[in-house]
Design a binder for this molecule. Structure first.
Ligand SMILES: [Mg+2]
Length: 308
């Protein structure tokens, strides 16, 4: 089915769509904010909650500290944002603890992920942060470490060959748990500028070890299950998943059975239509652009309730 352009609907048509779900799961970067919040997003979520929907935020970004997340949610005028946020580092920590994991985690991640894992009582190792001067020095990184029982791969801005050799060495033991968070091949810095994402480096390790990680980031199905469990969702089709990325957000929505809304902040309508199989159910210019029509839906809702 063709994606429905929400900005073109009238209030009655829009209300029908709103009434078809009970939960709204939303991505953050590119949906709520870029470096600062997009206009009108706070109002959008305020109205959505007013209409009785349960809101949860699902981001692939584990590199931001709790304080920075809280500041951004505050700036966007969204209450209790961090308390309702799921990021890969939290999902990974909860996954390992649920598996009664008691060994050490080798982290190819940002420091914030290590902080989160430690806050859940997990032992962590990481580094080295510098590569070697000579190729022969890399031999040092082929030594196994029996303490390591899991390798976690997520955004690491200081990724280097030494860390990759270490991860490959540990993962040669089949009992070592292999987990990944964000699997993005590219990260949008701003319109027209992209950087190489963790997924590309993750693929090298996969190829060398002939292993596939358990993915606890979008578009991994497990993250969708994790989010549903947290909100007590029993019927995935009653969830609307909002995102700006086709592969990660629409992709997660499809594997989890959610309805999906793509906001065109980083992709154009042409990009969306060009994807061979990942089409959202709905698309919109931005969340703020839907506020006027959402205000009318709230009025219709009040009217409907007062006539009962
Ligand atoms: Mg995003």
């Amino acid at each position: 089915m063709e994606p429905i352009y929400l900005n073109s609907l009238n209030s009655t048509e829009f209300k029908k769509i709103i009434d078809s779900f009970d939960y709204v799961f939303s991505d953050c970067d590119g949906v709520i904010w870029s470096d600062v919040p997009y206009p009108g997003v706070g109002e959008f979520f305020h109205r959505i909650k007013q209409l009785g929907k349960t809101v949860q935020f699902v981001s692939n970004n584990s590199v931001r500290s709790r304080k920075k997340y809280e500041d951004l949610f505050d700036a966007a005028n969204i209450k209790c944002g961090f308390e309702n946020l799921i990021i890969p580092s939290i999902a990974i920590a909860e996954y390992l603890n649920a598996s009664n994991f008691d060994k050490t985690v080798y982290c190819m991640t940002c420091p914030e992920t290590i902080n989160i894992l430690k806050s859940y009582g997990l032992k962590c190792k990481n580094g080295p942060e510098d590569g070697a001067e000579l190729y022969t020095s890399y031999l040092d990184y082929f030594d196994d470490d029996d303490e390591i029982g899991a390798v976690v791969f997520d955004n690491d801005y200081n990724i280097n060959l030494a860390k990759m050799y270490k991860a490959i060495t540990y993962l040669r033991r089949p009992e070592v748990i292999y987990l990944s968070g964000a699997s993005d091949h590219y990260v949008y810095l701003k319109r027209g500028y992209i950087s190489l994402g963790p997924g590309l480096f993750n693929n090298v390790v996969n190829e060398e070890t002939n292993r596939v990680p358990i993915v606890l980031g979008k578009p991994g199905e497990l993250l969708g299950e994790f989010a549903m469990k947290r909100s007590g969702v029993t019927e995935p089709s009653r969830v609307l998943f909002i995102g700006d990325m086709i592969k990660q957000d629409v992709g997660l929505g499809k594997v989890a059975g959610f309805k999906t809304l793509l906001v065109l902040t980083n992709h154009t309508r042409e990009d969306m239509m060009a994807h061979p199989h990942l089409k959202p159910d709905f698309y919109a210019d931005s969340l703020g652009s839907l506020v006027p029509i959402l205000n009318n839906v709230c009025l219709l809702d009040i009217k409907a309730k007062s006539s009962i």
